[in-house]
Design a protein around this ligand. Structure first.
Ligand SMILES: *[C@@H]1O[C@H](CO)[C@@H](O)[C@H](O)[C@H]1NC(C)=O
Ligand SMILES: *[C@@H]1O[C@H](CO)[C@@H](O)[C@H](O)[C@H]1NC(C)=O
Ligand SMILES: *[C@@H]1O[C@H](CO)[C@@H](O)[C@H](O)[C@H]1NC(C)=O
Ligand SMILES: *[C@@H]1O[C@H](CO)[C@@H](O)[C@H](O)[C@H]1NC(C)=O
Length: 303
């Protein structure tokens, strides 16, 4: 009887420790995708998003220390980059962790998709297996990790500073990306929200950024204005108004988001109050009937 009790106690303790040590860290975290060898490829490679992956083992002390930090980071980066993790202690994942050359825990790796060249025919575009990966060796703290991840987002937002270039760009014929969006921003830096909007609508909508106040207008170039008026009267009138607006220091402090459909000589200014991702995406879906390929309002599910 005593012997049985002892064995029972030992195996009960073992069972419990297996429960604790064998458990995945992030199964119930909505902002972190807990990966395994079956889902890894699909989540990392079948996306135009950048992904941060933590390779961990539940028993490792440094991994336990990193857990709350990764959770905070993921919460703040929600919808901007993907955050994922993989438990390398599970048998089914061991081969994958080996292939990824994981030698210590935790290892943080960043996977970046290749940049798509829209000047090339779709069938000639780069293969999506060719993600670049790098090990994150910076500080394991929330704000350096966020800064690093933001610096690794592929930007499909083009900066413009000259009204003639802008006119040429928004009026350029483009079968794939007929709708163009221009963000007149009080900030010089392209915001990460705007960058991920461009990713969500990649191949469907083209995004431009203009920093208010540094914009070079038509400067009374009558030949240019008259030429422009002939083909795109509505858009040209709007751009002339905008030129005035940009020169007025008070007005140029405002953020504005304007959509252009040059083929129909039409434009529409975003009327929402908040320049957040969900509101802008909803606006695009409603006004232009274009659905995002990725992101929170798309049909794509992460796993
Ligand atoms: C990335 O975006 C391009 C352009 O829309 C699309 O063709 C491609 O399928 C996307 N890649 C993935 C893996 O979703
Ligand atoms: C431009 O158009 C205006 C109004 O139609 C006209 O008065 C002006 O002479 C034109 N300027 C040039 C340089 O063609
Ligand atoms: C711009 O703002 C300043 C300070 O708020 C104000 O005094 C000035 O009248 C404004 N100028 C214009 C053109 O509205
Ligand atoms: C030009 O703008 C006016 C006023 O916004 C609008 O009524 C008209 O339909 C537009 N023209 C075209 C060709 O879109």
């Amino acid at each position: 009887m005593k012997k049985f009790n002892l064995i029972f106690t030992i195996s009960w303790a073992l069972f419990n420790s297996l429960l604790i040590y064998g458990q995945n860290f992030y199964d119930s975290n909505p902002n972190i995708i807990e990966l395994n060898s079956r889902t890894f490829d699909r989540v990392i490679h079948h996306t135009n998003y950048t992904t941060l992956v933590e390779f961990y083992a539940p028993w490792c002390g440094y991994c336990q220390k990193l857990k709350p930090i990764l959770e905070k980071t993921a919460k703040q980066l929600n919808g901007i980059v993907q955050i994922a993790a993989i438990n390398c202690d599970l048998d089914m994942n061991k081969q994958l962790c080996g292939q990824e050359s994981i030698e210590g825990f935790p290892t943080l790796k960043v996977f970046r998709p290749p940049k798509i060249n829209f000047n090339v025919k779709p069938e000639d575009r780069v293969d999506f297996k060719t993600h670049a990966s790098e090990v994150y060796i910076g500080e394991r703290k929330v704000s350096p990790m966020i800064d690093f991840m933001i610096s690794r987002i592929k930007s499909y937002v083009k900066r413009v500073q000259n009204i003639k270039n802008l006119r040429n760009l928004i009026c350029k014929k483009d079968k794939e990306q007929e709708l163009k969006v221009v963000y007149f921003s009080k900030n010089e830096k392209v915001s990460s929200v705007f960058k991920t909007l461009a990713i969500d609508f990649l191949g469907k909508v083209k995004f431009y950024h203009i920093t208010n106040g540094v914009f070079k207008g038509f400067e009374n170039d009558e030949v240019e204005i008259n030429k422009s008026m002939k083909t795109y009267p509505n858009i040209t009138k709007f751009l002339l108004e905008l030129e005035k607006d940009q020169k007025d220091k008070n007005n140029s402090k405002n953020n504005r988001l304007v959509f252009f459909k040059a083929q129909e000589d039409k434009y529409l200014e975003y009327s929402g109050e908040n320049f957040n991702k969900i509101d802008i995406e909803s606006f695009i879906m409603k006004e232009f009937n274009i659905t995002p390929t990725e992101g929170p309002l798309s049909k794509k599910v992460s796993i």
